[in-house]
Structures are given as C-alpha cells and as structure tokens.
Unconditional design. Structure first.
Length: 163
C-alpha cells in the first residue's frame, strides 16, 4: 500500500508501525498527473496528490492534535488550520474527515465532494459542496474549509499538472 505524505510532513507524524518503512522518492516523474493544493496564507505550504494511470480517491481532513496522527488522511490540514489561529481540538467527538478528492484517469480530471460525516463545510470558489455530488476541480479554484467563504479555517488554491 502506498500512502503519499506532504513534503513538509514530520517523520513522527507519519505513524509508522512495526515492520513498516518510509520510501522517499527523489522526483514525481513517474506520476502521471498531480494536484497541488497551496495554502493561500503560506505559499510554501502545499499538499501534493500524485496519481498513476488508474482512478484514485483520497481523503482530506485534520488530526485533532499535534501528536495525534491519523494515517488514513492523505492530506492533513492541521498545520494550515492552526496557522490561522484555530484549534482543531475545539471539535471534540466530530469526524476528522472533511472531503474526498477523486482522480478519474479516463478523463484526466480531478473532483471533490464533502465527506458524509464532515463537520466542516467546504466551498469550491463560492459554491458550497455537498456530500452527494462531485464538483470538478480546475487550476485556480479556491477551496475554503469552514462555516463560510469569508470565515474559514483553511483556504487552498488548486494547481494541476499533467504528466
């Protein structure tokens, strides 16, 4: 099983278990397409999702604390959320899963939908995402995680690369 980690992920946050190892690729040249989600407030903070030749689905969310990794998250927004002065521990008992991102190889397209159990609303540009339908992502789209477009916990800009 392959799990992608953000380039700025701390090794301790990866939660490697007994018998697991870390493989660090030198480049993404074997990836077909990649989706980059860049924090609008900290341009150096970017989350990369790279895919190969097949369809793929990945999860965005936020761990509840600095020392509480959730290995099922492909993108962990903890750093982006805490940098805005928000405390993820303020959501006790609520789901750490916010959204799913899907890559469809046949179309070469990316889309996003809100997780059914999400407690944090998601806006793509100015449209509120729902848990039933997928919204197609294109370069320049803005993802806002929070109660509204103007009051958000994290905001990311979409960049797309074709391999």
């Amino acid at each position: 099983m392959l799990r992608l980690a953000s380039p700025d992920a701390r090794l301790g946050a990866l939660g490697l278990g007994a018998g697991e190892f870390l493989y660090g690729a030198i480049s993404l040249r074997y990836a077909r397409d990649a989706l980059l989600l860049r924090d609008v407030h900290e341009r150096n903070r970017a989350y990369v999702l790279a895919v190969g030749l097949g369809d793929d689905e990945q999860v965005i969310g936020c761990r509840p604390g600095a020392d509480s990794p959730i290995t099922s998250l492909d993108i962990d927004l903890y750093d982006a959320i805490t940098a805005q002065g928000h405390d993820p521990r303020a959501f006790p008992g609520l789901s750490p899963y916010y959204a799913r991102i899907r890559y469809q190889a046949a179309e070469g397209s990316w889309s996003i939908r809100l997780e059914e159990r999400a407690h944090v609303p998601l806006f793509v540009n100015h449209e509120r995402a729902g848990s039933r339908g997928w919204l197609r992502l294109t370069a320049g789209d803005v993802l806002s995680f929070g109660p509204s477009v103007t009051h958000y916990y994290a905001r990311l800009v979409v960049e797309v690369t074709k391999g």
